[in-house]
Design a protein around this ligand. Structure first.
Ligand code: NAD
Ligand code: IPM
Ligand code: MN
Length: 342
């Protein structure tokens, strides 16, 4: 009986968590879910974004499913203050989840929901491999006397392992994205990725692109990309950009892998305070994160594929939330997916 640690979090997190749990229970009859507050919800209850007790329960679980953390209620400019996002950083670091996979596969049924022309996005099948436990998010930082700083740090070992994750995920081409014309971390990144390629993956094509040009090319020629491997913050920004190829940020799932314990699955989007409580959030990114949990977290390929196929079929029949130009509610989209599973 796999035990899933469920962290619904804040804002629309709990709204889309309900959808994912319903779909997971429909496709697998042996999952147990143990819920814990995280982010703002945990700050309100316990004064910290992730309690030691919740962290211990997460570590003892078989996989972690997370909604979204954060929101204006807990936004503060106070240096050193408790923030919901700290829960996320703690989870990623404590579980050793350095490899964040963000697949971007626009569905034919949604080509017209994207602001980009159909002929640009037809056939796009891309994976962003985002480094998740290093870089600016984890470097030394501070604010003092009218001066603030964040430092970007990468070690050779950190770059080697994320480069391998990128090459292992690729069939023919890896695009490494950096800012090697400016940053020392990027020059080291480029050197290490080039060496890992030559030594271990010579049959895969490797190209290096500067992040500003990559941001442009993602829109101008998205089919060019197969696997993008990049550092933490570049991956964060490029994946929200790339989400528009699928029609909405609400569509993208992620898998955070690489640790020795449970892996973590969450949508790319955040807590969407502007639509919280209205019942209109797109649950697909969260439902597809459930599919990734089945595939990468529990090794259940058939069940994962069943969820993905049910999502495709429901969308082919025309159901859409507002972010995709439709009028359906979260519950209606969830029902439509469930119907395709039975
Ligand atoms: P956001 O992703 O929450 O929202 C950006 C825009 O996309 C909003 O207009 C929102 O309504 C829309 N959107 C996002 N998900 C949607 C969905 N499923 N269905 C329909 N529309 C959707 O980003 P933000 O507004 O910049 O951040 C809000 C809060 O979320 C912040 O506190 C941020 O730190 C947090 N955040 C958390 C995570 C996470 O937990 N993994 C990820 C991103 C942002
Ligand atoms: C994401 C989010 C987080 C990140 C925020 C909430 C800290 O944007 O998972 O993409 O930047 O990693
Ligand atoms: Mn993000």
């Amino acid at each position: 009986m796999p035990n899933i640690a469920l962290l619904p979090g804040d804002g629309i997190g709990p709204e889309v968590a309900v959808s994912a749990v319903a779909v997971l229970n429909a496709v697998a009859d042996d999952l147990t879910f143990e819920e814990h507050p995280a982010g703002g919800a945990a700050i309100d209850l316990h004064g910290t974004a992730l309690t030691d007790e919740a962290l211990a329960a997460v570590k003892a679980s078989d996989a972690v499913l997370l909604g979204a953390l954060g929101g204006p209620k807990w936004d503060t400019n106070e240096p050193g203050a408790v923030r919901p996002e700290q829960g996320l950083f703690k989870l990623r670091a404590e579980l050793g989840l350095y490899a964040n996979l963000r697949p971007i596969r626009p569905l034919p049924a949604l080509y017209d929901a994207s602001p980009l022309k159909r002929e640009l996005i037809e056939g796009v099948d891309m994976l962003i491999v985002r480094e998740l436990t290093g870089g600016l998010y984890y470097g030394e930082r501070g604010t003092k006397d009218g001066r603030a700083f964040d430092t970007m740090v990468y070690t050779v070992a950190e770059i080697e392992r994320i480069a391998r994750a990128g090459f292992n995920a690729a069939k023919s081409r890896v695009t490494s994205v950096d800012k090697a014309n400016v940053l020392d971390t990027s020059r080291l990144w480029r050197e290490v990725v080039t060496r890992i390629h030559a030594d271990e993956f010579p049959n895969i094509e490797l190209e290096h692109i500067l992040v500003d040009a990559a941001a442009m090319k993602l829109i101008a020629a998205p089919r060019h990309f197969e696997v993008i491997v990049t550092e933490n913050m570049f991956g964060d920004i490029l994946s929200d950009e790339a989400s528009m190829l699928t029609g909405s940020l609400g569509m993208l799932p992620t898998a955070s892998l690489g640790g020795t314990g449970p892996s973590l699955f969450e949508p790319v989007h955040g807590s969407a305070p502007d639509i919280t409580g209205k019942g209109i959030a797109n649950p697909i990114g969260m439902i597809l994160s459930g599919a990734l949990l089945l595939r990468h977290g529990l090794g259940r390929e058939a069940q994962a594929a069943a969820v993905e196929s049910a999502v495709d079929k429901a969308l082919e029949k025309g159901i859409r939330t507002g972010d995709l130009g439709g009028t359906a509610t979260t519950a209606e989209v969830t029902e439509a997916v469930l119907k395709e599973l039975t």
